[in-house]
Design a protein around this ligand. Structure first.
Ligand code: PXG
Length: 478
């Protein structure tokens, strides 16, 4: 590694930034390739350095306080600054910082967490989740799903069932399998993806994809039936599973119409294929339940989780393995040749247990369901009166709004104008972190937010929208 450039030298070239900011930005651009980032472009502007956080706020190295309406990256559900989680990590590191769970060994936090998750995952239609496979991320967990699903069908003597159906604009991670399951065309374009035997159907995005005059209910059924059409096209005996996020997150908070999930359940049942709900974002209170499948009344066979299982304090992910798969895998399976060094990591599992304890004590899923979730829905819907907002809706504690040129005709802006990025810039400038996905602006705030803090966030969102409108008018765009 090169020696750090002298801070005082950087301060002179830093354009008013503090010496610490300038030093870190210079080292950052010299050595750190960021995920999903144009590294050359970032070097010209310098990364924002986040230094500390408390509750729902983060601070940058210039001392700016920012309301984090994205919970880090959809994960800090219990909020920042939780001493119990730090304490759990410290105690576990002193006792047993690491041991693997290969070679017929186990450790107490992993065992207790697996049991706790089995207790939290509700039975639907008589099916329960008694087993957990641990990983360290959502991407790894979805790789596990691909391996497990194929193993399941092999064990049942149907090795030809290989195809996993997913959806366009889905996000399932960034490993080879995760990115293949995901439906992001930009990701597929790099690295010869998807890998074989993964295919996609359309997403249930009513605002964008409904026919003129079509009701949400009719659209929900039509979008679900794209799955049936795909199964019939491939041949039902070749289809292994369908994977989907209950509410699409990184795709822009796409909330399906109420008719969508029940129809999907009918279809997977009819053709006997496995259902995987990827709840990396939607679980752990985000939609008002420990697991989102409960909200939609569906019966997945496998459930992917990560992120908020530890509120993002330490990496941990996994797959909840339902009875149908567990029975075959365990009773008929012998050795499953799959696992990670950090499967069941004792420190990560201890932090998860402490996090779940906080969430239970403060009833965070219940707060979302009965208190702050409905309040956010009410306040967020008010944004529909803004001239730029085509639609605005929430589900639990995620929300999305779409910026449009003409509300009446649902006309979008030219994507080259990057209107979402303009709005995101105004959010940052104003002390608010909100994500832009194309021209959809999305939020996923910590579940500890108070009603007053929701009001504070709504003022910041409206200001950012006004500033964006002002910019567009000044440039003669609308
Ligand atoms: N599934 C879902 C539904 C996710 O949202 C993953 C899998 C992958 O998890 P890991 O832990 O491997 O990152 C995710 C992750 C964004 C964004 O821009 C969203 C995610 C990751 C990075 C960026 O909104 N979600």
């Amino acid at each position: 590694m090169n020696a750090p450039t002298h801070p005082s030298h950087l301060a002179s070239a830093a354009g008013g930034r503090s010496p610490l900011t300038a030093e870190l930005q210079a080292l950052d651009s010299a050595h750190f390739i960021h995920p999903f980032t144009d590294t050359k472009d970032l070097a010209t502007r310098g990364a924002r350095v986040i230094t500390h956080a408390e509750g729902i706020y983060v601070w940058d190295s210039e001392g700016k306080k920012i309301l984090d309406a994205m919970s880090g990256l959809w994960c800090v559900n219990a909020g920042y600054g939780r001493k119990e989680l730090a304490e759990a990590a410290y105690q576990q590191m002193m006792k047993l910082p690491f041991y693997n769970s290969f070679f017929q060994t186990t450790n107490e936090p992993a065992v207790r967490l697996a049991a706790k998750l089995a207790e939290l995952a509700p039975a639907v239609g008589g099916r329960t989740f008694q087993h957990v496979f641990f990983s360290s991320s959502g991407s790894e967990s979805n790789d596990t799903n691909v391996r497990m699903v194929r193993r399941y069908w092999d064990l049942l003597g149907q090795p030809q069932r290989k195809v996993i159906i997913s959806r366009t604009n889905a996000y399932h991670g960034s490993t080879m399998a995760g990115a293949s399951l995901g439906g992001m065309s930009g990701m597929h374009a790099q690295g010869d993806l998807p890998i074989p035997n993964i295919t996609h159907i359309g997403q249930p995005y009513f605002y964008e994809n409904a026919e003129p005059g079509e009701t949400p209910e009719a659209f929900g059924l039509r979008a679900a039936r794209w799955l049936e059409e795909k199964i019939l096209q491939i041949g039902p005996d070749k289809v292994a599973a369908f994977i989907a996020e209950p509410v699409q997150g990184a795709g822009g908070v796409i909330i399906p119409p109420a008719t969508y999930w029940p129809e999907i359940q009918r279809i997977v049942d009819q053709y006997g294929i496995l259902l995987i709900t990827d709840e990396v974002i939607c679980a752990f209170g985000r939609l008002g339940h420990w697991f989102a499948y409960e909200k939609f009344g569906i019966r997945p066979d496998l459930v992917t989780f990560a992120k908020a299982v530890t509120s993002g304090y330490i990496p941990l992910g996994g797959v909840m393995v339902g009875d149908r798969v567990a029975k075959v895998l365990i009773e008929q399976g012998g050795e499953f040749n799959h696992g990670y060094t950090y499967s069941g990591h004792p420190v990560a599992c201890a932090v998860a247990l402490a996090n779940i304890e906080v969430m239970e004590r403060e009833n965070l899923p219940g707060r979302v369901k009965d208190d702050i979730g409905p309040y956010l829905a009410e306040r967020f819907a008010e944004l529909r009166d803004h001239p730029l907002v085509g639609d605005a809706e929430t589900c639990g504690f995620v929300g999305g709004l779409v910026l449009v040129r003409d509300k009446a005709t649902r006309t979008h802006f030219d994507p080259d104008l990057a209107v979402g990025m303009i709005c995101r810039g105004h959010c940052f400038g104003n002390g608010l972190i909100m994500r832009a996905v194309g021209d959809r602006m999305i939020i996923s705030p910590p579940l500890v937010m108070t009603r007053e803090q929701i009001d504070e966030m709504m003022v910041l969102i409206r200001q950012a929208l006004d500033l964006t409108l002002n910019d567009l008018r000044t440039r003669g765009i609308c």
